[in-house]
Design a protein around this ligand. Structure first.
Ligand code: PBG
Length: 343
């Protein structure tokens, strides 16, 4: 045997006999044919850009664990919203880092019509009316203990927390939010918010349910961003989903839809692709994923270290979420991706 020849051992069938003549590489041969058979695409229309807010003016504060992401004062957030519109990004989602002096046991500052979220919504709506604004209806940025609910004797009390978040959602709608997104996983919150929005004349304000929010380690950098790191005592296992459970996630989504959710969200994203696919197949409603802070940080850090190609990993992770069934994705990469898609 010539040392350059590679032949199947005597007695083997030929490749054509093995495959029955089917050659799946045929369509992968050229760039044009790969493009022609491509099943999924990521476009700018898929992107929702989460923005972190802080008090003050002209502030752009770096977040250690999230290179390239900043806490923005409202005036700077307005400029970023303008940039988002120019890039074609359909919507932003705001998350406040609330002054520690304003945080208390029950998160009462969430009920201030002029709190940081509501001020930002008004300013952005006023300056950039063409962008969609999604607000986080959750207590954790406002509580002194970092939990998403009211804490009484070591227990996150469900119904009181729902009442507080519902009142906050109405204030957020009044400030101009297009979509309110309760992220606390309390039972009954979607129905309560829907009733209250309708009763207050906000029939057109939609609800994106953080339907399946898992108790995840991947939220770490976010807690630095909004200043709940070190503040949060214990874990969120009594209200967020167990990462081991998929059937329970389907029940949560079913319940939120029955209560009036317009859109479902799965959070985090990449570790939960199976959940995205199950929800999309089961309910066929607008389905979103939140590529969370830890997912962003992992890709950024590895990219910055030269351990992988950060840009490609960014695109591939988002495309994978599309393939799993997402209609859109909340991602800290939104502006970067939009720039890249434009180029
Ligand atoms: C809590 C909330 C979390 C995130 C957004 N809102 C999770 C948490 O801190 O427990 C995480 C977002 C991210 O990690 O990017 N209501």
């Amino acid at each position: 045997m010539n040392k350059f020849s590679r032949e199947l051992p005597a007695g083997s069938r030929s490749v054509d006999e093995i495959t029955g003549g089917r050659r799946l590489r045929r369509m992968r041969k050229t760039d044009w044919s790969r493009r022609l058979v491509r099943e999924n695409r990521l476009t700018v229309d898929d992107l929702i850009w989460p923005l972190f807010l802080i008090d003050g003016e002209n502030r752009r504060e770096p977040i250690g664990a999230m290179p390239g992401v900043f806490r923005l004062s409202v005036d700077v957030a307005v400029r970023e919203a303008e940039r988002a519109v120019k890039l074609g990004i359909p919507a932003i989602a705001t998350f406040p880092n609330v002054d520690m002096a304003l945080r208390d046991e029950t998160g009462s500052a969430i009920l201030d019509p002029d709190n940081l979220i509501n001020r930002a919504t008004r300013a952005i709506k006023d300056a950039v009316p063409e962008i969609g604004i999604i607000t986080d209806a959750a207590l954790d940025p406002f509580t002194s203990h970092g939990h998403d609910g009211i804490l009484r004797e070591g227990i996150i009390v469900n119904d009181e927390s729902v009442a507080q978040v519902t009142a906050a959602a109405v204030l957020q709608a009044a400030a101009g939010a297009d979509i309110v997104a309760p992220s606390d996983m309390m039972d009954g919150r979607i129905g309560a918010i829907r009733d209250a929005l309708d009763a207050n004349g906000f029939q057109d304000v939609a609800i994106m349910a953080y339907a399946t929010k898992f108790s995840s380690a991947f939220y770490g950098p976010y807690r630095e961003a909004i200043g709940t790191k070190g503040v949060l005592k214990g874990d969120k296992n009594t209200y967020y989903l167990d990462p081991a459970n998929a059937d329970e996630a389907v029940r949560e989504a079913e319940q939120d839809l029955a209560e009036g959710a317009d859109m479902l969200m799965v959070k985090p994203g990449l570790p939960y692709l199976d959940i995205v696919r199950r929800l999309k197949d089961e309910f066929a409603v607008p389905t979103f994923a939140y590529q969370v802070s830890g997912e962003y940080s992992m890709i950024k850090a590895a990219g910055q270290n030269g351990w992988l190609d950060g840009e490609r990993a960014m695109m591939e992770s988002l495309l994978s979420l599309k393939r799993a069934g997402c209609d859109g994705i909340l991602t800290y990469f939104a502006a970067e991706v939009a720039e890249r898609l434009k180029a």
